[in-house]
Design a protein around this ligand. Structure first.
Ligand code: 5GP
Ligand code: ZN
Length: 112
């Protein structure tokens, strides 16, 4: 399958990994939008959050546990943001479910 994040999972494409377990991988975004910008992805190829169902939703809870851990490790005590873009209007460019963990600066709301 021609999926850039599956290739990051397999190691075919190099990345700066900051966390890995049986279910997910976290690595630094190539084009960081904040001092801390980590992508957390399931190892399993799931196209987007639109494909989450009762069979696979456990990975989302697991990824949020990992996000909370990474936020502590990165000293994001003042706060952080987790973003999941879905589909074209949502701004999703890579069709493998991923969560952006952003922190280290004050965030604006609403996003553009
Ligand atoms: P999306 O726009 O789909 O929510 O986010 C995709 C993110 O993946 C973007 O922030 C982009 O910078 C990042 N990205 C795309 N290709 C690569 C890559 O090969 N390596 C890494 N580390 N990040 C990537
Ligand atoms: Zn994939």
């Amino acid at each position: 399958m021609d999926c850039v994040f599956c290739k990051i999972v397999s190691g075919e494409i190099p990345s700066k990994k900051v966390y890995e377990d049986d279910l997910c991988v976290a690595f630094c975004d190539l084009d960081p939008q904040a001092p801390v910008h980590i992508l957390i992805i399931p190892k399993e190829h799931i196209e987007s959050a639109a494909k989450i169902n009762s069979e696979n939703s456990g990975i989302v809870a697991h990824i949020f546990e990992v996000a909370a851990k990474l936020a502590v490790e990165n000293h994001l005590d003042a706060g952080w943001r987790i973003v999941c873009n879905v589909g074209a209007d949502g701004g999703q460019t890579v069709l493998h479910l991923h969560f952006h963990l952003l922190g280290g600066r004050s965030m604006k709301w609403p996003p553009g």
